[in-house]
Design a protein around this ligand. Structure first.
Ligand code: MG
Length: 393
């Protein structure tokens, strides 16, 4: 199924105070996180494979600005058509320009820039064999119906109330038929009501995401705050610990640095306890298992392997899942040699492996005052705590 997206964007939006926006003829051109509202709206449909084209209905005075947006944001398959005074007229104009092979249209308000890909996909999935389906939210407040003199007549049963949003996903032929059959098509405020007027079968698709129509300056500020909040993500922590036996005839690697001395760590890989603890902490922060599961010491592939390889693997997983590492704090437990002079070098190396700045990596070292295996010099241990931020992928 191929879909043509129609964006009515010719409205004047008179309830929006444009005073502080000299270069914005309407609210669709005011900046939201530094890019025009309309650019957000158009971009939302760009990477959806079933969307074949986007038709924007604009007023003649804003057409050059829309062309600039299309160019600057490298938007593909966007057609620009002449908009009209009402939304219904603009959509009717755009309908005539839909590629004749396309049987489905999705009409979306230019002033709903926060529409998410998730909601668009939910809407497409809800179509079934209806003539149309529209995105909607449940009405939460208690609703009163009153007479003209404000006397309450009744409390409306909100269980069956929905607030209509866009996109509205409709069979093109039925929408066209509705325009031709109803008496006054340009008075209708959304496409679903046109379909309802001819008795077509339209459904609501309830979604949970916030998809406001920016009507006032206050709405813009809320959208700005919402995006900042959404992108801030959530902070998660991961803990890692590792211990290796120290023996003669092996190298001692810590944080990817060779530590001079007579003893080295025994291990299937290069036995870098610090990098193992960090890798485990990163996996922990993502709740993605531990390095034993990821890099089995039974697997010959990892024999003698540099532990930097494990970090790189874990980092690429973090990248893919939308995690950003913010800080790593570590403690190494080793009796000798004293690590003081090498801590900075280790921090630089770990920072390099994790793509961080040196001040985002903390390396601390302790002896065990001669106590226990570590104190006797027959083991090395390391602990790490990693702070990650999960942002939208
Ligand atoms: Mg280990």
């Amino acid at each position: 199924m191929k879909i043509s997206v129609i964006i009515p964007a010719a409205g004047r939006g008179t309830r929006f105070d444009l005073q502080q926006f000299e270069k914005s003829p309407t609210k669709l051109f005011v900046p939201l996180q530094g890019k025009p509202v309309l650019a957000h709206t158009l971009a939302a449909f760009q990477d959806i494979s079933r969307v074949d084209e986007t038709i924007v209905a604009v007023s003649p005075d804003t057409e050059p600005l829309v062309r600039d947006i299309v160019r600057q944001h490298k938007l593909k398959s966007v057609k620009i058509v002449q908009g009209r005074a009402t939304r219904a007229e603009s959509v009717w104009n755009a309908l005539k320009k839909v590629n004749p092979e396309i049987l489905w249209v999705m009409v979306h308000d230019g002033a709903r820039p926060l529409i998410s890909r998730y909601s668009i996909e939910q809407l497409m999935g809800a179509l079934s064999d209806h003539d149309g389906v529209i995105l909607a939210t449940r009405v939460i407040p208690t609703i009163k119906e009153a007479s003209w003199n404000t006397r309450i007549l009744r409390t409306v049963d909100r269980k069956r109330l929905y607030e209509a949003e866009t996109p509205q996903f409709l069979r093109k032929s039925v929408l066209e038929a509705a325009y031709l059959q109803v008496q006054n098509p340009y008075d209708f405020t959304d496409e679903a009501s046109l379909l309802e007027a001819i008795g077509a079968d339209v459904c609501v698709c309830v979604h949970e995401k916030w998809n406001p129509k920016l009507t006032t300056l206050e709405d813009l500020k809320k959208a700005e705050a919402y995006l900042a909040f959404d992108q801030a993500g959530t902070v998660q922590y991961g803990l890692g610990r590792d211990l290796h036996r120290l023996v003669k005839g092996r190298k001692l690697m810590l944080g990817g640095i060779l530590i001079p001395g007579p003893m080295g760590s025994l291990g299937h890989s290069d036995g870098d306890a610090l990098l193992h603890a960090i890798a485990d902490a990163i996996l922990g922060a993502m709740a993605a298992g531990d390095i034993g599961e990821w890099f089995s010491d039974k697997n010959p592939e990892y024999k003698g392997k540099s532990s930097a390889y494990f970090i790189r693997k874990v980092m690429s997983e973090a990248q893919q899942k939308g995690y950003r590492i913010q800080h790593v704090d570590t403690v190494i437990h080793l009796e000798k040699p004293k690590l003081g002079p090498l801590k900075h070098k280790m921090a630089l190396q770990v920072a390099k492996l994790l793509g961080l700045a040196a001040n985002q990596v903390s390396i601390k070292a302790k002896t065990m005052e001669g106590l226990g295996e570590i104190g006797r010099g027959t083991a090395v241990a390391a602990e790490a705590i990693v702070t990650v931020r999960k942002v939208r992928p």
